[in-house]
Design a protein around this ligand. Structure first.
Ligand code: UDP
Length: 343
């Protein structure tokens, strides 16, 4: 089996590639390095061998399809390069479509890029996969639930999106459209698709550059800088360890019954952001102060956050008997360990 991972040099994509390779699959990836990084896949290049041409070509401003027998291949380009993606899709058995604009900071600052990357990118992937009827795995997000207030969130719940003048909701809406399109390809054209809604995936290697809370808190705690809690810290999230997420994705991809379905992938344990800051500070044995920063100062006037976000995971439990294994304190310890020699 050869899996194609779009966004493979991103945080989740790189863990997915590693696990697929470990299980004996071949992996190709495409990433434009907009938010991903070669550093995330250095260890895979060393362990499984790659064609160096991709790097050379990039230096010359070209893009190439890696060829040859390497179990692991990567190409630096965007999924919007249709001829290139068509070739990569042809060579694989299943597509994990993870390439997307992510991170609240990026989304608020670059709404056009967010919408175009998420909508057009998914259109291209589905259209090409459909020509060869290659199974597509679409990574969506818990953000699609928007401001829904029924907790926990179940896959069949209504999605409650905010007004179009507020940039944040463009992300939720663009990913919801991706989901509609994927399900439509299944219903109308019998393209096998599986949609997953990921709930705040975290772990070592995640960057805080695009606003993600845990790597930011850990970096601040280790550097002795103030830990910046946005708003009053009563908003909550459910953090899921990246290896648990990858385990769910691979098992769902193997599950025939999952085709045409949407699944929450998340850890049901809820924590407020204020408590998260206190936990990080305590586990890192940090002297940092916890500083409360108004949302408007970070994301501009009128920014709307979700007060709570908790997954109902009964469906995925029923389909593949999946249960998250790594809990929050241990996740924090692992992220601290990862960053402790980098600060
Ligand atoms: N957050 C925070 N401090 C930070 C970064 C984020 O308090 O330095 C908050 C953010 O406002 C949100 C939560 O942490 O309420 C999770 O933010 P993140 O961007 O990681 O993910 P989201 O769930 O909002 O997509």
């Amino acid at each position: 089996m050869r899996s194609l991972i779009t966004g493979g040099a991103g945080f989740i994509g790189s863990y997915l590639a590693e696990e697929l390779l470990r299980q004996g699959h071949d992996v190709s990836m495409i990433d434009d390095l907009s938010t991903g990084s070669i550093e995330n896949i250095e260890h895979l290049k060393r362990q499984y061998g790659i064609l160096k041409d991709g790097v050379l070509a990039r230096q010359r401003g070209l893009s190439v399809v890696a060829s040859g027998n390497a179990r692991f291949q990567y190409t630096i380009d965007t999924v919007m390069n249709v001829p290139l993606l068509a070739e990569l899709v042809d060579q694989c058995d299943v597509v994990y479509h993870l390439a997307a604009a992510v991170g609240v900071k990026l989304i608020v600052e670059s709404p056009v890029r967010t919408i175009e990357t998420n909508v057009r990118g998914t259109e291209v992937v589905l259209e090409l996969a459909n020509k060869k009827k290659k199974k597509v795995f679409l990574a969506s997000t818990s953000e699609v639930y928007g401001k829904a207030s029924k907790i926990p969130f179940s896959e069949d719940d209504d999605l409650v999106i905010g007004p179009t003048v507020k940039g944040r909701w463009a992300y939720a809406c663009s990913k919801a459209l991706d989901e509609f399109l994927a399900i439509a390809y299944w219903k109308e054209k019998r393209l096998p698709v599986v949609v997953v809604r990921l709930f705040n995936t975290v772990g070592p290697r995640q960057t805080g550059q695009y606003g993600m809370v845990l790597p930011n808190f850990v970096r601040q705690a280790l550097a002795g800088e103030p830990i910046t809690v946005y708003g009053d810290g009563t908003q909550s999230r459910s953090f899921t360890y990246v290896e648990d997420v990858v385990d769910a994705l691979i098992k769902l991809a193997m599950c025939d019954r999952a085709v045409g379905q949407v699944f929450n992938v998340g850890n049901g344990t809820e924590v407020t952001i204020g408590d998260l800051a206190r936990k990080v500070k305590s586990i890192a044995k940090s002297n940092s102060e916890i500083q409360y920063v108004p949302y408007s100062q970070v994301y501009g006037a009128g920014f709307e956050d979700m007060p709570r976000r908790v997954p109902d995971i009964r469906k995925i439990r029923d389909y593949i008997e999946w249960e998250p294994q790594v809990q929050l304190e241990e996740i924090i310890r692992r992220v601290i360990h990862h960053y402790s020699d980098r600060v």
